[in-house]
Ligand binder design. Structure first.
Ligand code: ATP
Ligand code: MG
Ligand code: MG
Ligand code: MG
Length: 429
């Protein structure tokens, strides 16, 4: 993509309304714009990030056996009256009345809706287990929307729902989802730690939150340093993995257990702040019973399926990753979800040899590269590339171009190399 023809409205000034780095950088790098309190438009570069995160989420959900569907954002209040949550949910729910005076709402989550879909279609034990998810916008009328997309009112969530015949099955689904989540975060390129958590609004008794460490996180977190090393998703099987994840200490302040904490050797105790980027719940028959969803068992008796729900904050992740990965100059995107894997900086637009090299690079790197072909000073191009945080910068100027050389800069380390065009391409691709 040519920067001269792109809508990437970067800002030189720091926006006054932004209190934390990720919010400032998302505005400054032209990723998002606020349209109303807690409601954001995702501009082209920002949308590329959302789509890349979603693609990784989809692949790992498919690998874990989950099926994708798409439920609407608007739901009928009657569904929520069945589970008893229409009144209970309170002011975070955006309630809407249509022209026939029917009560609707903008979904903050989808347990009721997926249960009603399953209730309509699934009648026999032979049709279970099933695991379904969608990636859809949610609305929660947060008391204090803040920190940009970290706490928006409208936000993109992957929410999945497991239906099993018995507790053993539901627990296995829970473990598989935890593994899928750890693989997802690992592929995205960040460290997220699973922590025992309270179940809150969703209800139930087994739950973990996944936290990214960042000083601006809203939760206090306590964990064993073992989580910082190792490769959590490398365990031989799902049982071993789950055993490891749940025996190594990690808890948010709400669930912090001093007795267990004090058993960890001093040098392995870590205390910090975390951003919640996902949460998984097992809640048993809460919705199948309240909404009367049964299947017929093999002996003809009625069974209320055992359920769990599995959420990832897709739009929050974009902000949380920046919160964990930035410096004075700007964003440091992980390779897997950067809006563009590489940027080409043409330091002398109009110089025949330089233009030729840049055009060749642009063609070979394809859609995942941003070509800064503007008539701008070199200094401005460097600053904007650092701000936008492309993992690789390929810098072409007349001196190197005369010998077929470019400079390759790695954003994360600042390392620079003089290379031939072919060698630069080989490193980046
Ligand atoms: P929080 O504690 O931050 O209010 P939550 O526990 O209410 O989040 P869940 O119901 O567990 O959120 O939803 C699943 C995921 O959706 C969360 O882990 C988070 O990543 C994301 N999420 C929740 N609320 C918001 C929001 N207001 N803006 C952006 N993402 C959100
Ligand atoms: Mg909340
Ligand atoms: Mg929470
Ligand atoms: Mg939560």
């Amino acid at each position: 993509m040519r920067l001269s023809q792109s809508l990437i409205p970067t800002l030189k000034e720091t926006p006054a309304e932004a209190q934390i780095a990720s919010h400032r950088l998302m505005l400054r790098a032209g990723l998002v714009r606020q349209m109303a309190s807690g409601i954001y438009a995702w501009l082209p570069a920002g949308l590329r990030v959302l789509n890349k995160i979603s693609a990784i989420v989809r692949e790992e959900q498919a690998a874990a056996g989950a099926q994708e569907l798409l439920m609407p954002t608007i739901q009928s209040a009657d569904l929520w009256r069945e589970s008893g949550r229409y009144e209970a949910y309170g002011k975070e729910m955006l309630r809407i009345t249509d022209r026939h005076e029917r009560d609707l709402l903008y979904g903050p989550t989808n347990e009721e809706m997926i249960t009603s879909i399953m209730r309509e279609s699934v009648k026999s034990y032979r049709e279970l287990p099933q695991n379904l998810y969608h990636i859809q916008w949610k609305f929660r009328d947060e008391v204090r929307p803040r920190f940009g997309v970290l706490r928006g009112r409208e936000f993109l969530m992957k929410d999945g729902y497991g239906f099993d015949l018995d507790y053993a099955g539901a627990l296995l689904t829970y473990k598989k989802m935890m593994l899928a989540y750890m693989r997802t975060f690992q592929r995205i390129g960040i460290t997220a730690i699973p922590m025992r958590a309270d179940t809150g609004q969703i209800g139930g008794d087994l739950s973990h939150e996944f936290h990214i460490l960042a000083p601006t996180g809203e939760s206090g977190v306590f964990y064993d340093a073992t989580f910082e090393a190792g490769d959590p998703a490398a365990a031989a099987d799902v049982e071993t993995f789950y055993e490891q994840m749940t025996t190594i200490y990690a808890a948010t302040d709400e669930k912090h257990d001093l007795a267990a904490w004090e058993k960890i050797p001093d040098e392995r105790r870590r205390e910090g702040r975390g951003i919640e980027v996902g949460q998984i719940f097992y809640f048993g028959k809460k919705y199948s019973e309240s909404m009367n969803f049964t299947v017929t068992g093999h002996d003809g008796t009625k069974i209320f399926p055992e359920m769990g729900s599995y959420g990832i904050g897709v739009s929050r992740l974009a902000g949380a990753i920046i919160e964990a990965r930035h410096d004075e100059a700007g964003i440091i995107w992980p390779d897997a979800i950067a809006p563009f894997r590489a940027a080409i900086l043409n330091l002398r637009q109009g110089d025949a040899a330089t233009d030729k090299i840049c055009n060749e690079l642009h063609e070979k790197l394809g859609a995942d590269c941003l070509y800064d072909d503007r008539e701008e000073r070199a200094g401005a191009k460097f600053a904007e590339a650092d701000l936008m945080g492309h993992p690789w910068q390929i810098i072409a100027g007349p001196r190197g171009a005369a010998n077929g050389q470019v400079e390759l800069k790695r954003r994360a380390t600042g390392e620079r190399l003089e290379l031939s065009v072919a060698d630069a391409l080989a490193k980046v691709m």
